[in-house]
Ligand binder design. Sequence first.
Ligand code: FAD
Length: 483
Amino acid sequence: MAFDYDLFVIGGGSGGVRAARVAAAEGAKVAIAESSRMGGTCVIRGCVPKKLMVFASSYHESFEDARSYGWDVEDGAFDWNAFSGHLNIELDRLEGVYRSLLDGSNVEIFDSRARLADAHTVELADGTQKTAKHILVATGGRPVRPDMPNAHLGIVSDDIFHLPELPKRLLIIGGGYIACEFACIMNGLGVEVTQFYRGAQILRGFDDEARGLVAEMMREKGINLHLGTNIVDMAEASADHTIPNTSTGTDAAMGAPVAEHAAQATSGSGGPVWVKATNGTEAVYDAVLFATGRNPNTADMGLEEIGVEVGRRGEIVVDEYSQTAVPSIYAIGDVTNRVQLTPVAIREGMAFVETVFKGNPTPIDHDLIPSAIFTQPELGTIGLTEEEAREQEPVEIYCTSFRPMQSAFAGRTDRVLMKLVVAKESRKVLGCHIVAPGAGEMIQLAGIAVKMGATKEDFDRTVAVHPTMSEELVTMKTPMRVA
Ligand code: FAD
């Protein structure tokens, strides 16, 4: 049977664009459909704009520090409109780069939503059908609001980049990396940030000591972090808003007292929002950000109808080659809910092309993925946490925490953490966890050694680079404890 294309990719994000380009480079006839903006979450509403906001928010401390270093500088005011205007120009530019890369690779672009009609047919929003020998679903995920009345009054991470103005008081619900990163960003930009997380500690799944230090630093830098706390009720705040009779709710650390409802400024969510928390307090915020998780984009895609298995959270179920239950259909990236990171989606896309178009079956290696959380300070991590490792085998923990030279000189009390989790018997470094400015950059390099299977003695044989923070990774001589 003759198909219109060798490959039809649904979704122009990190994974889809890379797979389309690399398959086309192999001589395949390729098309891609994108329902929103080319580049996907990472470029348009994720990693890239977020990191630029991280940079923007870090100048506040830099001004303060500069004075300690002898510079005669005044704190300027942050202009959200100037920044977001520049940000949008940059995102337009990047989207253009993605489009021209696809054009240059002879990938046909359809600016349209697409769904599956059968194992070899894709249907575009206007009803046009296109056939392909292989179909790759790379539709990513989207932020979800909790299932509660008035949740629409809250915003999600996608909305942050389009706020008409910065809120004065922001409530963030969630304790994952996106919640924590935006808490730090907004705090750095001068927003009064309160964060509720229902669990006992933020950044679940990361090393306990590392996330403990991040939480402490976030608090020290001014974020009102409330653990074991969730939102129970929310409503539009107004002068005649009726406050339920359960609490007086005037906790100044948690937004504005309820009596001040009418005086609140409006925000991107359309107006001030009254919130009641599980701890009984009530307060008003200019915006409420739900960073409460992301779901795969699989709704109304025609997947189950044609036999593609979809899991409990809506994720497409695939094997180690990213192949679905329908042999001609593959899925990569966030839509498969494996590891939700851009470089992972890209690798899955490349492995797919290697398997299907280069005749070289390539399973995906999800082991020992380094990653970073761009809080202030950052958390860089690879491998097992202490908690995971000690369940597996006896381990030695090498750990040091100290005040880094640069901020200590400026009179700040910031601390950093360097931690190695070492297998007692094989001596292999099973995990490396760094909380420090620039930890994202550091873990990329330490990650190579860990991925290569370096032992503690390999780290020790490496001469320190002095004076740096990361030199501690090769100078920790005595285990802090054995677990
Ligand atoms: P996406 O990039 O989401 O692309 C999917 C595309 O498919 C989208 O453009 C969407 O519009 C399109 N689409 C959906 N349905 C259809 C349809 N039916 N038809 C046509 N098109 C469709 N990762 C990191 O590695 N580092 C970070 O620092 C980082 N920060 C992040 C910060 C935020 C705020 C968020 C939200 C995410 C962040 N991520 C980060 C995660 C990263 O963005 C994702 O893992 C990555 O974008 C996944 O790529 P993907 O190709 O699977 O999907």
